[in-house]
Every structure is written in structure tokens, then in C-alpha cells.
Design a protein around this ligand. Sequence first.
Ligand SMILES: [Zn+2]
Length: 280
Amino acid sequence: MTQPADADARRAVKPVICYPNETLPLPDLALYRRAFGTARKTSEVLVPPREAACFHVPAGHFFRISSVDGPQVGDLNLWNAADLSERFYSGKSRALHGTHLTVGERMWSSFPTLRPMATIVEDTLGWYGMDAYGGAVHDVIGTRCDPYTGNLLSGAQYHHCCHSNLIRALADETGMSMAEAEPHVHDVLNVFMCTGFTRDTGQYFMKASPVRPGDHLDFFAEIDLLGALSACPGGDCSSEHTSDVAACYPLLVEVFAPSEGALEGWESLAVNGYDRTHGR
Ligand SMILES: [Zn+2]
């Protein structure tokens, strides 16, 4: 392949950050943490291995996703509990915060609302950082394991991918048919999953999650949320998914309510301010 004479010079151009996030509205983490300190548990759901479950979190409450029994990765969907068309936007969250989310970063909603749905307030895997392979935890780069890609690559008919698990859970929760529920399932936050892109070929990789029982990721709900979490059939995602081969464990979701007045001064961010005329 021929290269232009200035190929090296073009490659040497320094990158600029697409979305400098200094002007993002910042969460008041100190307030959230103080409020969490006052909170009491109001509900919990144990997500069985290779299944998903739904949960509700009122605005201003907290939820915790914990590893129990063994290393396990979870695929998380979030919706506005009152309007499922407002849902987590993995791609924009990635553009704003980077490939993996941790404390102080947010799960942003889809257009046209584009506002914080949930803010991460504690991450017991925050110590992991980025490893020598470029791997890190809690990514917003993967989509969710699904039976269509499995079929494309191997002709399989496998029914416990996170995509299918999330559809069944949402259908059970809302009374929708499977066909009605499927379009609401969206790209996830890969909770506890350790992933990156290979440096040489840029391919998406996964490796055994560093999560251990007791590790947890804690969120503050910025709006009324319906959540669905799938305990991925990949288990700790050390080898394969889209099969029943990997060892899988449950995941625990707990919801907490802060004490009265603990969030004095906090309110949900309004929906995005763009006027939506798009030049017409
Ligand atoms: Zn999965």
C-alpha cells in the first residue's frame, strides 16, 4: 500500500478530547455520600445466574449492585420509570466520560432528554484502574451479549444471552409481550466486566473480571428509574459467553432510601435545553 510522503507527520498529530467535560454539571458527591450514610434498605432482588430481574428506584434513592457467591458480570439497562422511551444512552455516556465508568460519572439518557439518570457514588473496584492490556472495569463499549450475533458467528440458538434475559425480565415486569419488550432493551453498562480494545488490531476484548464477592457498585438515582440487570451467561467473562459453559453466579440489587431531609438542595436535572427545531 502506498503512503503519502507526510504519512508520519499526519499520524503524529496530537489528539484532542472530543467532549471536554469541564462544563458538565457536576454531581454533589459529598451530599450524595452523606445522604447514603443515612439510608435504610427498602427492597432487594437476587438476580439468578443466566437470568435478569427488574427493580424500581425512586429519584433521590440509591441502589447497589453486589457480587455474591462468585465472580460475575452484570448487564444493566435503565429507563425512566414513567416513560420507557427515555433510556440509558451508552454511546453518549462513553463520549462524555470515556470507555469505563466509575465514581462521580453518570449514566446519561437518550435524546431528546440527555440528562443524568444515575450517578456512581461508590466503586469497590475503583483501585483497578487501567491494566497493562488497556483493560478496565464497568465498560460502556460493549453492547450486550445477544443471540443474533451468536447465530451469525456460529449458527447457535441460545436463549440466555443478556439481551434475551433483559427482554423476559421487562416483559414480566410490564406485562408487555416479548415482541413489545424487545425494542426497549438497549446497550448496557457492563457492571464488573473487564474489557478494552487490543492495541494492535483495535478489537474488543474481555478478560476475567477482578470482581470478588462483596464488591459492589453504588448508584444515586437522579430520576425515577426502572432498572433491569442480567447476570451474564459469560460469568466472569474469562472465556466465553452465549453458552452455558461458564461458571455463573447471582448478583444482588439492593435499593436504599435516605432519611428525610438528607438531600436538602438536590433536585433532578431538567430535560435537555435544546429547542428541538433542528433548523426548521
Ligand atoms: Zn451478557
